[in-house]
Design a protein around this ligand. Structure first.
Ligand code: PAF
Length: 245
């Protein structure tokens, strides 16, 4: 049984809003597995299911011209365009202000509608499985507190696998995470934003699994993020084409 999807209509074109994974999957599957009448190709093909091309633009909202150019390209190249807006707590370091990240949902919705987006995915932290980390503060501890002595952590009732600490692996706590190779994360932005790309890789992998897009669109200006996402798609054999623009 699927949870009910929240769907609203905007202007001339109907853009659907989903807050649940099951709702979005239900909507996409209804297209993905739709059978087509291919009269123009020949009756022997009637009723064949044609692979649906889904273009996906993952964002954290506060949409600007850069996002819009990704969405426009996705619109040109795919049958269905999905945009997600999720301010991902996993990619914020303790010193970075997750709470104060700009949230302009109404305006973002209007922009997506104007850009002919088919589905806007707006999960909350509980839906994306990051709520536990936020509630008990684990997501804040992942980077900064792992370097504190075990005795101190024990006094705060935090258990840390010492073997993991020795080899510099961040323990997973209650969420399975994707750890990109340190050769890609230790330089440039990764140097000052420890744990940032692990948070990005984890949430992007989750979003790819939810949407199962044909193509996903990322800005070229975030070159390090792009390289890490290309690598994770290769290493984890994810069936998605990464388009940089
Ligand atoms: O580039 C961004 O906006 C974010 O890092 C992304 C890819 C949406 C993951 O949260």
């Amino acid at each position: 049984v699927y949870k009910v999807a929240i769907a609203t209509s905007f202007g001339n074109r109907s853009m659907r809003l989903f807050t649940t994974i099951s709702g979005l999957r239900c909507y996409l599957d209804s297209y993905r597995f739709r059978r087509h009448n291919l009269e123009t190709v020949g009756s022997y093909l009637d009723g064949w299911a044609i692979p649906l091309e889904i273009g996906f633009v993952p964002t954290m909202g506060a949409l600007h011209a850069g996002h819009l150019s990704l969405i426009q390209r996705a619109r040109r190249e795919n049958k269905i365009v999905v945009v997600s807006i999720f301010v991902n707590p996993l990619q914020f370091a303790p010193t970075e202000d997750f709470q104060r990240y700009p949230r302009t949902l109404k305006q973002d919705q209007t922009l997506c509608e104007q850009a002919n987006v088919d589905a806007l995915f707006l999960p909350d932290a509980a839906e994306m499985g990051t709520a536990t980390q936020m509630a008990n503060g684990e997501w804040r501890m992942q980077n900064s507190e792992l370097r504190t002595p075990n005795s101190e952590l024990r006094s705060r009732s935090v258990s840390v696998d010492s073997a993991s600490r020795r080899v510099g692996v961040t323990p997973n706590f209650s969420l399975t995470q994707v750890l990109p190779p340190s050769t890609l994360t230790s330089e440039l932005c990764g140097r000052s934003r420890e744990g940032h790309f692990q948070g990005v890789a984890t949430i992007v992998t989750k979003l790819f699994n939810v949407v199962q897009p044909t193509r996903a669109y990322f800005g070229q200006k975030d070159a390090q993020q792009l390289a890490i996402i290309r690598r994770l798609v290769t290493d984890l054999n994810l069936p998605v084409e990464i388009v940089a623009c």
